[in-house]
Design a protein around this ligand. Structure first.
Ligand code: MEV
Length: 308
C-alpha cells in the first residue's frame, strides 16, 4: 500500500525536512516552456508543528522575512498550531529556501494528521507558498525540493512534466555573492525584454537538453555547457558584475565550468569542479563565502515522469 494513503491518529506534534535546490541549467527559460535541470541539495529547511490553543503562531524562525506570516496562512489553519522553522540555506540566494519551506510545511502538516504527503500534494500545495514569495513561479523550485535528486522540469499547457534525472557524481561548489536577488522582479525584467531575447531563451532550452543527455550518459565533462549557460544569462540581463567575477574566480581556480544559479541579480554561483579544494581556497583568499554541496537523494518514490 502507498504510504501516502495510510491514515492513523492525528499527532500532537510533527516535524518535516525538505531540501533546497540548485539550478544546473534553464532558469528563466523554464518560465516560457523550455526545460530546466535542477538538483536537490544537502541543505534545507525543517518545520516543526505543535498543536496548541489559540491562533496559529510563529514561535521561532531562522528565516527572517515578513512574508512568512502570509506563507504560513497559505497552508496552515488559522488556529491551533505553534510553528518553528530552522534552515541552513542562505536566504534569497537562489537556493530554494522558500521552496524548501513550502514543502516542509506541507509535509509537517500531513504528519500532524497522521499521514505522509505525497509528491503531488507537496507540489500542488507548495505552489501556494511559492506564490507568496515569488509571484508567478514556474514551479521548478518546489518540484525539485519535493522530488529530491536530479529533475528535468518543463511547463506545459496541461501542467508540468517532471522527470527524474539520474546524475553522475558531480562535484559542486557554491560561491555566495553576499547579496539577495529579487526573483519576482528579475522574472518581470526578463519578461519585459521579450520577444527580443526569445532566441537566447530558445538556446538555453536546447543547451539544457544537451546537458540532460550528457548527464544521463554519465558524463561529468559538461563545464562548457555551464559556461555557455552563464553567457546566455548575461545576455538576458540577470547577471551582475559580482556574479561574473565569482564565475571568473572559480574558472581561474580550475573549475570545469561555472554559472550563476537561480534568478540572478545576486544569489549564488555554482561551480562544477574536479577538486573542491582549489576553488574553496581561492574563494577564501578573496573573502568570498563558499561551500561544497552534494545532491540530496530525496524520499519520493522512483518515477520517470510525473504530472501532479
Ligand atoms: C528561480 O529559482 C528560477 C526562475 O526560473 C524562476 C522560476 O522558475 O519560477 C528564475
Amino acid at each position: 500500500m502507498d504510504v501516502a494513503t495510510v491514515s492513523s491518529e492525528p499527532r500532537a506534534s510533527a516535524r518535516a525536512f525538505a531540501p533546497g535546490k540548485l539550478i544546473l541549467s534553464g532558469e528563466h527559460a523554464v518560465v516560457y516552456g523550455h526545460p530546466a535541470i535542477a538538483l536537490a541539495v544537502d541543505r534545507g529547511t525543517t518545520v516543526h508543528l505543535r498543536a496548541c490553543a489559540g491562533d496559529t503562531r510563529l514561535e521561532h524562525s531562522s528565516i527572517q522575512d515578513l512574508r512568512l506570516f502570509q506563507a504560513l496562512a497559505a497552508v496552515l489553519p488559522p488556529r491551533g498550531l505553534a510553528v518553528r522553522i530552522e534552515s541552513d540555506l542562505p536566504v534569497g540566494r537562489g537556493m530554494g529556501s522558500s521552496a524548501a519551506l513550502a514543502v516542509a510545511l506541507v509535509r509537517a502538516r500531513a504528519r500532524l494528521q497522521g499521514r505522509e504527503a505525497d509528491f503531488a500534494e507537496c507540489h500542488r500545495e507548495g505552489f501556494a507558498v511559492e506564490r507568496v514569495f515569488h509571484g508567478t513561479p514556474s514551479g521548478l523550485d518546489h518540484a525539485v525540493s519535493a522530488r529530491g535528486g536530479g529533475v528535468v522540469y518543463r511547463r506545459g499547457t496541461e501542467g508540468p512534466r517532471i522527470e527524474g534525472l539520474s546524475l553522475p557524481p558531480l562535484r559542486l561548489v557554491v560561491l555566495d555573492s553576499g547579496s539577495a536577488g529579487n526573483t519576482a522582479e528579475l522574472v518581470a525584467g526578463v519578461r519585459a525584454r521579450r520577444p527580443g531575447i526569445d532566441p537566447v531563451l530558445a538556446r538555453m532550452g536546447a543547451l539544457t537538453r544537451e546537458l540532460a543527455a550528457e548527464l544521463a550518459a554519465g558524463s561529468v565533462d559538461v563545464g562548457g555547457l555551464l559556461d555557455e549557460n552563464h553567457t546566455l544569462l548575461q545576455q538576458i540581463g540577470v547577471s551582475t558584475p559580482r556574479l561574473d567575477a565569482l564565475v571568473d574566480l572559480a574558472r581561474a581556480a580550475g573549475a570545469r565550468g561555472a554559472k550563476l544559479s537561480g534568478a540572478g541579480g545576486g544569489g549564488v554561483v555554482l561551480a562544477l569542479v574536479k577538486e573542491a579544494e582549489p576553488v574553496l581556497a581561492a574563494a577564501a583568499a578573496a573573502g568570498v563565502s563558499a561551500f561544497p554541496v552534494s545532491v540530496h537523494p530525496g524520499s519520493a518514490p522512483p518515477m520517470s515522469s510525473e504530472a501532479p
